[in-house]
Design a protein around this ligand. Structure first.
Ligand code: PHE
Length: 451
């Protein structure tokens, strides 16, 4: 069977950056920063992304491009004995299941973004009843949450059904530039408002005293989630990449884009929080720390938009469009993990695989929506705090211990012979073998609150 492939380097970069840049960058990075006292978190996050997440990203891209397979098939091809075959199945299927779990809660949060996107539309058209309904969702009244989760899941499925070039690549290449434009326009606007400079200071000036082990491990988890690591997303995107490409360079660009957009999103959200304060909204909670999470995105920011008068409606629309786009280019990459598995290991057509995986995941989302208090936090934590880093350790072990070192080097050098004598090649293979697994295991000692 003919496998799909990205048609250009730009297409791959847009798709992979689309996967990486998501609610993790625009929601949870600024939120984590606000919770952890500002600049210190930013500094630690930047350092850890390059020390740890970038090498782990390279592990996934390399395995994918070498084996040209979905995550289960890929690890199976690398395995060379009974024990490593069992490990391949465990890590591979673990990745498929974790990707599905992440999508199941991600679609709910993305559904909130979609419903808030329609609020300014309802306001402009004077549909007050609709406006009230759009923001009426809650754990006790989850009807509209479910509705928007289903719409978001359907959008994700429609793109994935179209395949690599016509679905993932085409939509990521359209959506990512609009995302950047919206982000920049919003930042320029917020920066001109009273209060913004106080926010900028809180965001950018690190207070060394804030750095502690909690913050360190929190930043590590954040950078793992943000680069879509551990679940085979980057592996499968790497598998659609031509053997001509220079992997270390592409991986570095990807990490830079992801970090760059997270950092830029912080320039929007944190100053916006202080603009809201200047406009009379309370931005500290009872415990004295900055309001974060859903309260920040769904209450503080909308109340800021409201206080801006009619321009506020346009700003609100732009903001939630930005959030929805970021979520969609990430959710398609999550769905591609089980879909590529069903196509290649279970012999399904792409359409059938998308229907099967998509509806199972929507069923899981529904279960969570209707049992929100009991399940939401549990699924988020299990998938992102435990499974993602654990699977990351598994993938590093495959690259470091199971894959033959010479074959690994040959595979990376394929698109870029100059890499053979580079600093990257001197450090990276040993680095992923020992340091990455050890450091990632440290993450597991810590509970990370992403949302
Ligand atoms: N990186 C995405 C974000 O920042 C989330 C994600 C996790 C995407 C795992 C794919 C796989 O929102």
């Amino acid at each position: 069977m003919q496998r799909g492939q990205f048609s250009s380097r730009f297409g791959f970069l847009m798709a992979a950056a689309g996967s990486a840049v998501g609610l993790g960058n625009i929601w949870s990075f600024p939120t984590n920063t606000a919770e952890s006292g500002g600049g210190a978190f930013v500094a630690v996050y930047l350092i850890l992304t390059f020390l740890l997440a970038y090498p782990a990203l390279m592990a996934e891209l390399t395995i994918g491009r070498h084996t040209q397979s979905n995550v289960v098939g890929a690890l199976d091809k690398l395995a060379n004995g009974t024990a490593s075959r069992i490990a391949a199945r465990t890590v591979g299927l673990g990745g498929v299941i974790t990707a599905a779990m992440i999508l199941s809660f991600y679609a709910i949060v993305a559904g909130w973004m979609l419903s808030y996107l329609f609020v300014p539309v309802a306001q402009i058209t004077g549909l007050t009843g609709v406006e009230a309904w759009l923001t009426s969702g809650s754990p006790d009244n989850p009807g509209n949450w479910w509705f928007f989760t289903a719409i978001f899941s359907a959008l994700t499925m429609l793109i994935i059904m179209k395949g690599i070039e016509n679905g993932i690549e085409k939509w990521s290449s359209r959506l990512m530039p609009s995302l950047l434009t919206l982000l920049v326009v919003l930042i320029i606007y917020v920066m001109t408002q009273p209060g913004a400079m106080t926010g900028l200071q809180v965001y950018l000036v690190p207070n060394i005293a804030d750095i502690n082990t909690d913050l360190l491990l929190n930043a590590l988890g954040q950078s793992f989630f943000s680069l879509s690591l551990g679940v085979g997303t980057m592996l499968v995107y790497g598998s659609y990449l031509s053997k001509q490409e220079n992997l270390p360079k592409l991986g570095a660009s990807l990490a830079l884009i992801d970090v760059g957009i997270a950092f830029t999103a912080g320039l929007l959200i944190i100053p916006a929080l202080f603009v809201a304060q200047a406009a009379g909204t309370e931005i500290y909670n009872e415990a004295g720390s900055l309001i974060a999470g859903p309260d920040l995105i769904l209450q503080v920011l909308p109340s800021l938009f409201d206080s801006m008068g009619s321009i506020g409606m346009i700003v609100a629309f732009a903001f939630f469009a930005l959030m929805s786009i970021a979520a969609l280019t990430s959710s398609i990459s999550m769905l591609e993990v089980p879909v590529s598995y069903l196509i290649e290991q279970r012999g399904m057509t792409r359409v059938r695989a998308t229907q099967v995986a998509g509806s199972l995941i929507l069923a899981l989302s529904s279960l969570i929506v209707f049992n929100f208090g009991a399940l939401f936090g549990l699924v988020v934590d299990t998938a992102t705090v435990w499974l993602q880093p654990l699977l990351g350790v598994g993938l590093c072990i495959f690259v470091g211990w199971i894959w033959h070192r010479n074959s690994l080097i040959e595979s990376i050098a394929e698109g870029a012979p100059e890499v053979r004598n580079s600093l990257f090649m001197k450090i990276w293979p040993t680095y992923v073998k020992f340091f990455c697994p050890a450091l990632i295991l440290l993450v597991l000692a810590q509970t990370v609150n992403l949302f």
